[in-house]
Structure formats: C-alpha cells, structure tokens
Design a protein around this ligand. Structure first.
Ligand code: BTN
Length: 265
C-alpha cells in the first residue's frame, strides 16, 4: 500500500483546525493536507460541543481525506483515524487506548482523545467519486482535560513529544488510507475497530442525538457496517447512528427481555 504524502500546516493559534481544513477543502485542497494548532480559540467537539485545551498541552490535528467512498460509507475513515491515533499512542508513549463508540479513545474509563469527522461531498478536487472528509483529533498530552479525562503524560509517567506523536499518527494513518478506497478494505478497517472497541459487549446507557434526546439502557452488541452501535434493550434492538454512550457496570438482564428502554419525562 502506498503511504499518503502529508502536507502539514502548523499554526500557533487557529479558530478550529477542522474549520480551517473544511474551508481549504472547499477551495480544492489536496487529500493529505493536515492542520495542527497549538491552541484553538473555538475548537469543536461532537454533537455541537466545545473542545477546549490550554495552549501547548494537546495534539490538535485535522487531516483532509478524500476516499473513493459513497458519502454514506465514511465511518471506516473515522475508524481508521481512531485506530491510527491509538497505534501512535502505543508506539510513542507505550499507552494503549481502547476505542469507545463511536470514536473516543479511552484509557480505562477515562477519555484520552476525541475524534470529530465532517464531510463535504460538494467540495471540489480529488479523484472522481471521492468525498472530502475532514477528521480532527484532540488528544490530551500534558494536561488531563476536563470532566475526569486523562492524558498521555499521566499514563506514560513521562513527557510525551507531540511532534513524535503526530509523525507516528500520520505514519499509521498513511498505511491505512488506501484501504478506504474499496469496500473490502473498509470492511477490514471496521473489523479491526470491532476487535479494539471497548463498547461492544458492554452494558451501556445511550442518549440519542436529536431533539427528542431519547435514552436507552441495554447491551451494546455490535458495530454494524455503517458504523452504528447496535444496542439490545427491553424494547428490541436499536442501531444508533449518533449519540452519547456511557459504559455501565455489568447488570443482570432478564433472559427474554434484556435491558430497558427509558424515555425522559
Ligand atoms: C469529541 O470528543 O467531542 C471530539 C473532539 C474533537 C476535537 C478536535 S481538536 C482538533 C479538531 N478541531 C476541532 O475543532 N475539533 C477537532
């Protein structure tokens, strides 16, 4: 497999590396363009949240991919990013994170890094049939982050060099990028994600994205080929495409109708 040539643009300060790269994609930037910032003034997380980190404490990086994939089949690309970033943590820091659905990297139950993927099927450039996809990663390197999260420094027991981490990440992603261009390759990536996904087999609480904010409690049985989390609960089985997941302690489920579906209010 050919490795992707990366074109890394570095910034001391930027609104958001994802926003900058989406703008570049709209202007026809090439696959392999990378944005790295020491600090983001308006970093964004999943589900419309903010992503904040003090200057110089995190690896804040976005890559522009242009896989030959239907717009509905982009989950493998975000999975490739999560797996590649996890590989880089292992290689550079000796810390082996697991993936929490959809793409968080966890050490134990603490969040180490988050992934935000945004596509723009209308962005010009790239090969015929390709889709522009910007995937950003925010990784706590030397600070622990908010809300009980954790950092590479804490888990490695030493300082971790952000440039080494970036190089290892881009190396690992470059080796996977070619897989995203055909269905068989994409299946390999999702299979690997399934093997390294801490959510599968766990009791979970899920708050579904959307105005109803429905909540489910059940067991995460699988990640399907579209990247949805398949949750078995009292009301049946739901394939969740977007939402917040909490890993729960294992609970005893009745043999027939396992788990429970809970609607707020
Ligand atoms: C999440 O867990 O909610 C995803 C967080 C993604 C944060 C990264 S930091 C680099 C890139 N630029 C952004 O504005 N967001 C992503």
């Amino acid at each position: 497999m050919t490795e992707t040539p990366w074109d890394v643009r570095r910034f001391v300060r930027l609104g958001s590396t994802n926003d900058w790269l989406l703008e570049q994609a709209r202007a026809g930037a090439a696959a392999g363009t990378v944005a790295v910032a020491d600090y983001q003034q308006s970093g964004r997380g999943r589900l419309g949240r903010r992503w904040e980190a003090p200057p110089g404490t995190s690896l804040l990086v976005s890559v522009l991919l242009r896989p030959l994939a239907p717009a509905a089949s982009l989950y493998p690309a975000t999975a490739a990013v999560a797996l590649s970033f996890a590989d880089a943590c292992a290689e550079v820091a000796g810390v082996v994170p697991e993936v929490k659905w959809p793409n968080d990297l966890l050490v134990g139950d603490r969040k180490l890094a988050g992934v935000l993927a945004e596509s723009n099927p209308a962005a010009p450039g790239g090969r015929a049939g390709s889709v522009a996809l910007v995937v950003g990663v925010g990784c706590n390197v030397s600070w622990d982050g908010p809300d009980g999260a954790t950092s590479l420094r804490r888990n490695a027991g030493r300082d971790v060099d952000r440039d080494e981490l970036l190089a290892a990440y881009l190396g690992a992603l470059g080796r996977r990028a070619g897989l995203l261009d055909d269905r068989a390759g994409r299946e390999l990536v999702v299979d690997e994600l399934r093997r390294r996904c801490a959510t599968i087999g766990r009791a979970v609480g899920v708050r579904l994205a959307g105005p109803a904010a429905e909540e489910l409690t059940g067991v995460a049985e699988a990640v399907d080929d579209h990247g949805r989390l398949v949750v078995r609960h009292e009301g049946g089985t739901t394939a969740v495409s977007a939402g917040d997941v909490v890993h729960l302690r294992p609970f005893e489920m009745p043999p027939t109708a396992k788990g429970s579906a809970v609607r707020p209010g």
